[in-house]
Design a protein around this ligand. Sequence first.
Ligand SMILES: [Ca+2]
Ligand SMILES: [Ca+2]
Length: 191
Amino acid sequence: MRHTLPLLALLLAACGATDATPPNPLLELGDPAGDAVFHPQAPISPDLRSAFLELTETRLIFEIGLAPGTDMEKVTVGINFDADANPDTGDPFADQGTEAIAEVGAGNPPNGILVFRWQGGGYQLLVNPTALVREGLVLRGEIPRGLLTGVDRHSTVRLYATHYLGDDSWTGFLDYMPDRELAPARISPQP
Ligand SMILES: [Ca+2]
Ligand SMILES: [Ca+2]
């Protein structure tokens, strides 16, 4: 019991510090297991389960969870950004109006993370300097915000999963999060 008061003081101090610092914009998404579309060339279709995105001053941090059975050496996940949350600007891809795509996973040399920026009529490939981390069923990494021009708390995202077939070839998109019939998700749901 001797430690109760000092611990309480520490907790109060921690709460005070949290209140004073605005939280980073972040998004948490979930998706059912078992809803990935069958593809004859993928032994098991890559199946999205969860995603966590956080925007700091300098980085976009991501953590993507796949369902058991997903071949983590062959899965590629795209994070599709509608930077201005306006479907009428950018690439009319996945119903979004895409200004940037981060592709993470198989077939994205040299580090497992590539960024594509829409330039009107085509994409410019940007090489991301940080490396992808694979841990069990999780893909984790970060991207400098300088590569994601215009992406902020108001931007919307949709993730897709595809299976790498080798030789710069992938299946089509086999799972989406949020699903295609749902609206894309805003990075910060807070106003
Ligand atoms: Ca899924
Ligand atoms: Ca747009």
